[in-house]
Design a protein around this ligand. Structure first.
Ligand code: NAD
Length: 506
């Protein structure tokens, strides 16, 4: 018999368009879970083409006045927004943890990284300064201006409900664009709350809109003639689809994809420090981080002591609901994703990797319907195995053994993904060799998750990013602006007024 609680209807969320809640006309909707209990806690509306039109129309209507708002005034709204997000930190953190499953501490850290992008974008008047050169020809000067591109769209993944959207829209809006965000349908509430707070901070209606939905909404955004630029973060097949479709439709696009991040461990590394770092980087957020370390490459004699320490430390991790004290790792986001990750553990065992720690049997008392999976460790993994080839995106760490640093570097460079990587060593020479030769976008030296701060740019290489420019930092400003170069002459004398028929040779 179902309980009274289970039979109560769950709330249906709204879109945020033109500064207000909008129900939308889309007929479809999805379920939002609390992954720790396995319960459906909300329903999320899926936008149809008409909803997309409405959101884009609001952003388009808001663009001329926002473009003409001075960067200083835009920056003041962003500064107020940062204060409001900080003041509501507790509520936002709880929402992130409730719908994603990660611990409150981890959710707070991810929100903080996002807040720092608002802080960076608040420097708009400085960031939007162009260049000036006097006398590019005799009596001729040139200057460049950075102008907004128009209506921009963002598509974000489930694993960072606040941080990834915040990589995009504060910079876009600071540059004078208007924005339509399509957050992940698995974790929709945080983005909606962030939109409400932006309006409360004084942002004019229509400048920032949140549209819920799935592939249908994304495809309508990709085809929409009034969208000038698209930023997206998600798995590699989706990133490739977004990149190719948006580019074919003449849009500027940056599409960040999946990852398989390697940590190379040298025999001279401080093994205890390294194992602590790797356990946090592999199992934090249940491995559902684009910068999680999912493959360890142990060089030479590093392997035996390292695997022993990893096993010992991973076995001690406390797995449970993210909102409880003392928990290291929460559940996976959905039952389907948990089962997919479990399937990879079955495959790894079948393909002959050595299963050192098996998380499949884990039960969390009182949360039997939650989507939990314990930390899992494989040793002696071969590059041809499925658990090395695929992005698993769960609490599964694999160890590969190689004899030399050069072979470790070659292995990392052969992998199609290239988001983040790290080396653990006491040798400056080894670290420098690694930093110089590794073909990966973000590199850590004795830092397992080398996420660039807001004032640098975030992005991988190869199958981890389709497009040319990374997110936030100055590459974010470049992505959300077009450069115009103005060449000026103020002729005073007849000589200066003379026009030639040939191109000037100066
Ligand atoms: P996903 O690719 O399933 O979804 C990402 C977004 O795309 C969501 O908003 C979703 O609604 C939309 N989408 C899904 N299928 C689509 C389709 N066929 N066409 C158009 N849109 C579609 O990713 P996810 O499961 O939400 O997130 C996890 C993935 O994101 C992992 O692969 C992870 O590595 C990646 N990720 C990468 C980074 C990075 O910085 N490179 C950061 C975070 C997450």
């Amino acid at each position: 018999m179902s309980s009274v609680k289970e039979t109560l209807p769950v709330e249906l969320l709204s879109h945020w368009i033109n500064g207000e809640r909008v129900a939308g006309t889309g007929k479809r909707s999805g379920e939002v879970y609390n992954p720790a209990t396995g319960e459906v806690i909300r329903r999320v509306p899926f936008a149809d083409e008409a909803d997309v039109d409405r959101a884009v129309a609001a952003a388009r209507a808001a663009f001329p006045a926002w473009r003409d708002t001075t960067p200083l005034r835009r920056a003041r709204i962003l500064s107020r927004y940062r204060e409001l997000v900080e003041a509501n930190r507790r509520e936002l953190t709880a929402l992130i943890s409730e719908e994603h499953g990660k611990t409150l501490l981890d959710a707070a850290g991810s929100l903080q990284r996002g807040i720092e992008v608002i802080e960076f974008a608040s420097g708009a008047p400085h960031l939007l300064k162009g260049e000036h050169a006097e006398d590019v020809g005799r009596g001729v000067d040139s200057h460049s201006v950075l102008q907004p591109v128009g209506v921009c769209a963002g598509v974000s993944p489930f694993n960072f409900p606040a941080m990834v959207p915040l990589w995009m829209y504060p910079v876009a809006v600071a540059c004078g664009n208007t924005f339509v965000l399509k957050p992940s349908e698995k974790v929709p509430s945080t983005a909606f709350r962030l939109a409400e707070l932006f309006t409360e901070a004084g942002l004019p209606a229509g400048v920032f809109n949140v549209l819920h939905g799935d592939r249908e909404a994304v495809d309508a955004l990709l085809a929409h003639p009034d969208i000038a630029a698209i930023s997206s973060v998600g798995s590699t097949p989706v990133a490739k689809h977004i990149y190719e479709t948006a580019a074919r439709n003449g849009k500027r696009v940056q599409a960040l994809g999946g990852a398989k991040n390697h940590a190379v461990v040298m025999p001279d590394a401080d093994m205890n420090f390294t194992a602590d770092a790797l356990v946090g980087a592999a199992y934090g957020s249940a491995g559902e981080r684009c910068m999680a370390i999912s493959a360890v490459v142990a060089v030479g004699d590093a392997a035996d002591p390292l695997v022993a320490l990893l096993e010992e430390k991973a076995a001690k991790l406390k797995v449970g609901p993210g909102d409880q004290d003392g928990i290291d790792m929460g559940p996976l986001v959905t039952a389907a994703h948990r089962d997919r990750v479990k399937g990879y553990i079955d495959t790894g065992e079948r393909e002959g990797a050595q299963l050192v720690l098996d998380g499949r049997g884990l039960k969390v008392a009182g949360h039997e319907r939650g989507f939990f999976l314990g930390p899992t460790l494989f040793d002696r993994v071969q590059p041809g195995m499925t658990i090395y080839q695929d992005e698993i995106f769960g609490p599964v760490l694999i160890v590969l053994r190689v004899p030399t640093l050069d072979e470790a570097i070659a292995l990392v460079n052969r992998n199609p993904y290239a988001n983040g990587t790290a080396i653990f060593t006491r040798s400056g020479a080894a670290a420098r060799h690694f930093e110089h030769d590794i073909q990966v976008g973000m590199v850590g030296v004795n830092i397992p998750i080398p996420v660039p701060m807001a004032f640098f740019s975030f992005g991988g290489w190869k199958a981890s990013l389709f497009g040319d420019l990374h997110m936030h930092g100055m590459e974010g400003v470049q992505f959300y602006t077009r450069t115009k170069v103005v060449t000026t002459r103020w002729p005073a004398s007849d000589e200066a007024k003379a026009h030639g028929f040939a191109m000037p040779t100066h």
